[in-house]
Design a protein around this ligand. Structure first.
Ligand SMILES: Cc1cc2nc3c(=O)[nH]c(=O)nc-3n(C[C@H](O)[C@H](O)[C@H](O)COP(=O)(O)OP(=O)(O)OC[C@H]3O[C@@H](n4cnc5c(N)ncnc54)[C@H](O)[C@@H]3O)c2cc1C
Length: 338
């Protein structure tokens, strides 16, 4: 397994569970996508109810529910998607007819929830919203650490290095050259190296073009206002994730390329000029950025077997935390069925 992000850890843990002997190879540095992620799990609020994207989302939510119990890890349940445009509000009204986990909230319903201190004072211009009890959020790095620990207990071997070359064609074992000068060999190779996957595949003559899409996020300390609330809020595509001790994660920008733009961060922090006073007064504790891997010319994520006994589980773009369990299951199935 090459890659120590959320995807690599889900694949490694699941394969270990199924009795395979797994080595996970990645440098000791934080994974650039997963360490930046806010961990929102948006499945029920997904517009489409058919196709691969929907199936992966739904399957991941089922697996996360099981893994949460098995690994004793928290998932923060509930998500409030607010509408800022009439078309968005109309879409939400249609969406609630498709799932029992979704509840349509009119402006009056929302006002009542604010009065009951169930949600904070909302930005001006809210046209309505959808409450999804089936969606939620998890802390990606907390999950990675637990998956790593649980994997290690079952014999998962962690190799801290970069892979700089791959030899093989699937007819025999794969040989990996590491940047610490050593070599490893394996029967099956799973590449879950995010943006690094393209370079690794290129050395095998396989093209997987991907482009980086940068995301910035903030951790804020809230004052005595607003009251603590449950569930994430989503407004104009910006996620507000309540954290313990009156903290809030706010993110993320979507910036093609790998250069962070200060104006984009300012827009995020002000909720595009609609931030209520409690948010304007919040203190910034931490600011970070990360890169998403967006496949060029094909939908995310990339799940493919370019050569015998070689699997690519990559290019997850904006939903890698949500999709990782179902993608790990895909990889495990390919190995099982071969
Ligand atoms: C700001 C931000 C917010 C996000 N919010 C969400 C969210 O709310 N919900 C959601 O579902 N998704 C979210 N995402 C997307 C999510 O973070 C990614 O889709 C996901 O983390 C991809 O995981 P990954 O394991 O494929 O990649 P990564 O986490 O990038 O990990 C790649 C791993 O591969 C390793 N690697 C690379 N090259 C090599 C090599 N040659 N040799 C060995 N190892 C190598 C790296 O070191 C790393 O360990 C967000 C992303 C960003 C940037």
């Amino acid at each position: 397994m090459i890659g120590g992000g959320f995807v690599g850890h889900c694949c490694a843990w699941l394969l270990q569970q199924q009795g395979h002997q797994v080595q996970l190879i990645a440098p000791a540095t934080a994974p650039q996508g997963s360490a930046a992620a806010l961990g929102l799990l948006m499945a029920e609020v997904y517009q489409r109810r058919s196709g691969r994207g929907w199936r992966l989302r739904r399957r991941s939510m089922q697996l996360l529910q099981q893994w949460q119990e098995q690994l004793q890890l928290p998932i923060q349940r509930g998500l409030l998607l607010l509408a800022s445009e009439p078309q968005e509000w109309e879409r939400q009204q249609r969406l609630v007819q498709q799932s029992q986990c979704l509840e349509l909230l009119s402006p009056a319903d929302l006002k009542q929830r604010v009065n009951q201190a169930a949600v904070p004072e909302l930005p001006d211009g809210v046209l309505g919203g959808v409450w999804s009890s089936g969606d939620g959020q998890l802390d990606p790095m907390q999950w990675i650490q637990r998956l790593q620990l649980a994997g290690a207990e079952q014999g998962l071997e962690r190799v801290e290095a970069n892979v700089i070359g791959i030899n093989g064609n699937g007819g025999g074992p794969w040989t990996l050259r590491l940047d610490n000068g050593s070599k490893l060999s394996c029967d099956w190779l799973v590449i879950a190296a995010g943006l690094g996957s393209s370079g690794l595949l290129e050395s095998l003559g396989h093209s997987l073009p991907m482009e980086p899409v940068l995301g910035q996020a903030l951790e804020l300390q809230l004052g005595s206002e607003p009251p603590a609330w449950n569930g994430c809020l989503i407004w104009k595509g910006i996620n507000l994730v309540p954290r313990p001790n009156r903290r809030l994660w706010l993110g993320a920008t979507v910036e093609p390329g790998d250069e962070a733009s200060p104006p984009a961060l300012a827009e995020l922090q002000s909720l595009e000029g609609t931030a209520p006073s409690w948010l304007q007064q919040a203190q910034v504790l931490r600011q970070w950025q990360g890169l998403r891997a967006r496949p060029s010319g094909q939908p995310a994520p990339v799940l493919e077997q370019p050569k015998p006994r070689l699997l690519v589980v990559s290019g997850h773009y904006r939903n890698g935390i949500l999709l990782a369990p179902a993608c790990a299951e895909w990889a495990a199935t390919q190995i099982q069925e071969s």
